[in-house]
Write a protein that binds this ligand. Sequence first.
Ligand code: ADP
Ligand code: TRP
Length: 347
Amino acid sequence: MSDTPGQKSPGTMSYSKWKSLKLPPDRRRVLSGVQPSGKLHLGNYFGAIRQHIASQDEDAERFIFIADYHSMTTVTDGAQRRALTLDVALDYLALGLDPAKTTFFRQSDVPEVHELAWMLACVTNTGLIEKAHSFKDKIAKGIEPSVGLFTYPILMASDILIYRSNWVPVGDDQVQHLELTRDMAGKFNRAYGEVFPLPQALLVEAGAKVPGTDGQKMSKSYGNTIDIFAEGKALKKSVMGIVTDSTPLEGAKDPTTCTIFALYQLFATQDETDALAAMYRAGGMGYGTAKSMLLEKIDERFGPARERRRELAGNLDYVEGVLRAGAARARAEAEITMGLARKAAGL
Ligand code: ADP
Ligand code: TRP
């Protein structure tokens, strides 16, 4: 297992390479999870959600779930969890997740995931889990060091293995969890027989680290986010708050070190990006102008999704129906795996 976040491992494939593969029928399942632990932001969008949604039409079978059990490591209010879970459901559906193409469900609607987590815990060395940097990172941020937070990678492995998933699109902060998952699957298979395929992480290159308004990695823990569904005054406030250097308006500016430019690039075409870079280098343009151009891009990209989100929020029965239908499909798959795992383990 690598000790460095994001270090390339045999269980990792770039998303662009993956797209060019012809997947055999038994290697088609793609699964990812998203924690309902706060408002989704541009980092989540470009680093995760976009891939979850955009690749629905490819020759693969998709599972996306809302990791509400996982959120218990940080969110300790039931009503808040329910609201955050609904938020993620609305966000994904508004952004284009098609429930006919993607099995979309709540983690807690498939409680068998805990039964498998126990089986996996019993083939996991404590030393391996102790190496997980996400635990250290989270306690460094002041999150309560509960046993649940410590064993989080085991539940995550169970999320993946219970659907016999082949590909897991994740940000590079999650690559180590995928390595742990492969380790657990391998150990289980060696002990009891081949039950689990070894899943691979699918890594996104573009937008791998979206900067926040202060130039650090965008993260809800740093208070530097631009939320996907922010609009109007609130959105303007976030964008205008992006920290820049103090080059005067008339001075030539360096696009490569500017956060506004880095964000603009994510939305713009190559020609538009080149044009803005030329404006930076020529001088005579203030950062305020670049911020307004970025704002326009954000509105353009997410405007239609905001409308859809409002409609969905007025039709919660439909949303609940989608999650329930997804859970029924997911649970049927989980039951198949559990049948194999129980039999193999002599239970
Ligand atoms: P946060 O840092 O806001 O708590 P999470 O850790 O919940 O975000 O991240 C959820 C998903 O979004 C992960 O797959 C992660 O890799 C991705 N992600 C989060 N922030 C960024 C970012 N700034 N750039 C790229 N991807 C990100
Ligand atoms: N740990 C992931 C995150 O914090 C969320 C997650 C839970 C997940 N289980 C998963 C992602 C299974 C992919 C597959 O972002």
